[in-house]
Design a protein around this ligand. Structure first.
Ligand code: GDP
Ligand code: MG
Length: 441
């Protein structure tokens, strides 16, 4: 994520940490480097100047007397600047029963996809709620069909209407929402390739009819600085209450994320990180800055894992690991969990830079193939072999290999990996015991 800025900031921090004390001249050079990396990442010039102005002031204020500055202090000051820019505290999207949320933005920015992601998220947050989605997109053919399909996939109701234009549709959808006991309405709107008067007029009209409690601007991070102008246009027409930046996974630069709050005076709520329904990450300023400095974001990784792996499965796996009695069945279950987490590549995004750059994409691909293959090998064993792998004589191994379409060497590799895991499980178990033992003799 935000590879360019992240790599620059990580380098700056590493260099700073390499020198114990920073003198005035060094500080000037560092400030220049920070400035350049911000500009390279599409941070608007004025904002970049502000950031480094404040950075300088805060470092100088703290160390006026000594004339030298410890590296950590500078890094901390810069991190704090960036966290403040992103709003300091997280601003989670909190919806209440009876609310109406509307997404606005240009065509192709990701409104429809994002609306479905939001519906999916709200469904998980409020399992008892009845959620309705409706589309006011009469500009692009098949736009409404797209939302109807997504609604079907995530099992949320879709409001079909008889109107043939957005104003009538807005009335019908609102009516349907109010009179059928729904708890939440999510409204999709049409976009254009550029902002124009007709689009804005239409938006103001449908906004007046649906009267959303939250109007969320969806911005494509790939269009760079131009999107800030677009954002301002939308915010002039309708009361935008927050933003969502999409396609962060496609190599976007960090500039708009950093500049959004300053230009729109509203928080950036989520980042879209892919095309799937749970590829929507809440923006948590401190975590984001931690990631920008290459320190990874294991908290978000853990939260994503929790959403994807059933609690039951997770507890089962943990229990097996801690008991020190792992079977190949447990191993197979763990491999399945790993697969449901998504590709290794997508997980690597959350790791500290030092770790993630040690693994090449080729290695990850190989690892992924191996996970799939190991699963296949285990499923071609008999239940008894899975419990007692020692039963696997060379003729049995041949049978298993044939069944899984692999070689005997692959079967052996699986068994070695399993033995390693067992050793690890025994270690965990012993560790667990020594933790629980009273320390007094
Ligand atoms: P709309 O015209 O604003 O409704 O945009 P759509 O929701 O139809 O999205 C346009 C395209 O962008 C679709 O192909 C989406 O799958 C894709 N898209 C949306 N959000 C993301 C994202 O966060 N990451 C990626 N990679 N693609 C996205
Ligand atoms: Mg759309």
């Amino acid at each position: 994520m935000f590879e360019r800025l992240s790599s620059a900031l990580h380098n700056i921090a590493t260099r700073l940490r390499g020198s114990r004390l920073i003198r005035e001249d060094d500080l000037t050079e560092i400030v220049q480097q920070v400035r350049q990396s911000l500009l390279d990442s599409d941070v608007p010039q004025q904002l970049a100047e502000d950031i480094i102005g404040k950075l300088r002031a805060s470092v100088v204020a703290q160390q006026r007397i000594q004339g030298v500055k410890p590296a950590e202090q500078i890094i901390h000051a810069l991190q704090q600047q960036l966290i403040d820019l992103l709003g300091g505290e997280p601003s989670p999207l909190v919806l209440k029963r009876g609310d109406v949320l509307m997404v606005v933005g240009l065509q192709g920015s990701g409104k429809t996809t994002t609306l479905a992601k939001l519906a999916y998220r709200m469904k998980q947050e409020h399992p008892g709620w009845r959620i309705l989605m409706g589309s006011l997109d009469y500009y692009r053919p098949a736009a409404r069909e797209q939302l109807a399909q997504l609604a079907g996939q995530i099992q949320v109701d879709y409001a079909s209407v008889s109107a043939t234009e957005p104003i009538g549709a807005a009335r019908e959808i609102s009516q349907c929402y109010r009179s059928n006991g729904y708890d939440l309405l999510l409204v999709d709107t049409a976009g254009r390739l550029q902002t124009d008067a007709a689009l804005m007029e239409e938006l103001v009209a449908v906004h007046g009819i649906c009267r959303p409690t939250d109007t969320i601007l969806v911005l494509d991070s790939m269009i760079g600085q131009a999107s800030l102008g677009v954002a301002k246009e939308f915010a002039k027409a309708v009361p935008v209450s927050g933003g969502i930046l999409t396609k962060i996974d496609s190599g976007a630069r960090a500039g708009i994320a950093l500049a959004f709050r300053t230009s729109i005076k509203q928080p950036l709520l989520f980042l879209g990180v892919g095309e799937l329904r749970d590829d929507l990450e809440p923006l948590i300023p401190a975590r984001m800055v931690q990631r920008l400095f290459g320190e990874g974001d294991l908290a978000t990784l853990a939260e994503r894992a929790q959403g994807r792996i059933a609690e039951q499965e997770r507890l089962q796996a943990e229990k097996a690991l801690r008991s020190g009695k792992m079977t190949l069945n447990d191993f197979a279950a763990q491999l399945k969990m790993m697969r449901s987490l998504g590709s290794m590549m997508s997980m690597a995004r959350y790791l500290p830079r030092e770790l993630s750059i040690q693994v090449t994409p080729e290695q990850m691909e190989k690892g992924e193939k191996e996970i799939g293959m190991f699963g296949a090998i285990i499923s071609s064993m008999t239940p008894r072999e899975r419990l007692v792998p020692a039963l696997l004589t060379s003729s049995r191994k041949k049978r298993v290999a044939r069944g899984a379409g692999v070689s005997v060497a692959d079967v052996n590799r699986l068994l070695t990996a399993f033995e390693e895991l067992q050793r690890y499980a025994t270690m965990m178990k012993n560790f667990g015991y020594s933790q629980q033992k009273p320390r007094v003799r």
